[in-house]
Design a protein around this ligand. Structure first.
Ligand SMILES: [Zn+2]
Length: 320
């Protein structure tokens, strides 16, 4: 749908390749269980780290990794937590994590002097590791921002295959950033006894109602002056919808019987347990257009980022 928001100079090329874009928009999810660093790019558990409004979560990945990570001395079975003075955190980061900020665990070289970080520790036969706890709870906004630059580079090189591949990928991550349940530790309602709400919200509702009721016209793409801000605004706005998203389902659940909530349907030869249509209809009404408006916002944001990358690359001619 984002293709239809693009200006004329981009529309022809994207329209011609719309099947490719549609088909490959799900590639990042297919890679989730295959590529080591893929998993955490799709979400950020904001509420694991801080409380709303989340101002104190560093917007720079290196600072976030250092803030929430742990330096540990290990000797045999014993481990000791070492605190790194704030003044040395950046230095440590650039020495160990700059190249691979997504590595969950980093071994510190035996000959690296912790002294130089202001860490005084007397521990014979110790070895040191840094646990990058932050990445496991998601890096979506950080990754998205860095990935955007790859699209600009692809446009600059007028490398059509790369433009299409990155456009499809980027669209996926942007869409994920619009899903409230991608911004919370309670991503599947598992902490509030609402297991399955993830698929209910993002799959079942659109499957039932998108074709007949959603309006996807998002308007013309606009240039984004501050990409960083736009990405964070998106994620933070997604999170503000969580409360209603969860409360509405909790309330419904209390007034329906189990057999009115789940129905069995045939899907590609097997039987699947799914929310019943009537129950979905009630949830759809209670959300008052939330899924639709997040999807429409997502379409607009995808188009805005594609368009901005093309402009930032100097408006290359895209022959098709
Ligand atoms: Zn995803």
């Amino acid at each position: 749908m984002a293709v239809f928001s693009l200006p004329e100079e981009m529309f022809g090329f994207y329209k011609k390749n719309i099947d490719y874009l549609s088909e490959h928009a799900v590639d990042p999810d297919k890679r989730r269980y295959v590529l080591k660093n893929e998993f955490s790019r799709h979400y950020i558990d904001l509420d694991h780290w801080e409380e709303q409004p989340f101002d104190t979560i560093p917007r720079d990945l290196s600072l976030a990794v250092m803030k929430y990570g742990r330096l540990i001395a290990v000797r045999g079975e014993d481990t000791i937590l070492i605190s790194i003075a704030d003044t040395f955190r950046q230095k440590f980061y650039f020495k160990y994590l700059y190249e691979n900020p997504y590595d969950a665990r980093v071994d510190i070289d035996a000959d690296f002097s912790l002294d130089s970080l202001g860490i005084k520790i007397n521990c014979q036969e110790c070895h040191f590791i840094f646990e990058n706890i932050f990445v496991g709870y998601g890096v979506l906004p950080y990754f998205l921002e860095s990935y955007y630059h790859r699209l600009v580079l692809a446009f600059q090189a007028v490398d059509k295959d790369r433009i299409l591949k990155i456009s499809a990928d980027l669209g996926h991550y942007i869409a994920d950033a619009h899903v409230p349940l991608h911004t919370t530790e309670n991503y599947n309602g598992q902490l509030t006894n609402q297991d399955g709400i993830h698929a209910f919200w993002e799959s079942t509702l659109p499957e039932f109602f998108a074709d007949s009721e959603y309006d996807f016209m998002a308007g013309q793409a606009e240039y984004i002056y501050d990409k960083h801000q736009r990405i964070w605004d998106t994620v933070l706005e997604s999170h503000t919808h969580l409360k209603i998203l969860l409360a509405a389902e909790r309330e419904l659940k209390s007034s329906y019987n189990e057999d009115q909530i789940y129905c069995f349907s045939e899907r590609s030869g097997s039987t699947a347990k799914m929310p019943c249509r009537e129950y979905a209809q009630a949830y759809h009404r209670a959300l008052n257009g939330m899924v639709e408006s997040r999807m429409r916002a997502s379409i607009k944001t995808v188009a805005d980022f594609w368009y901005s990358a093309w402009l930032d690359a100097g408006q290359p001619v895209l022959e098709y």
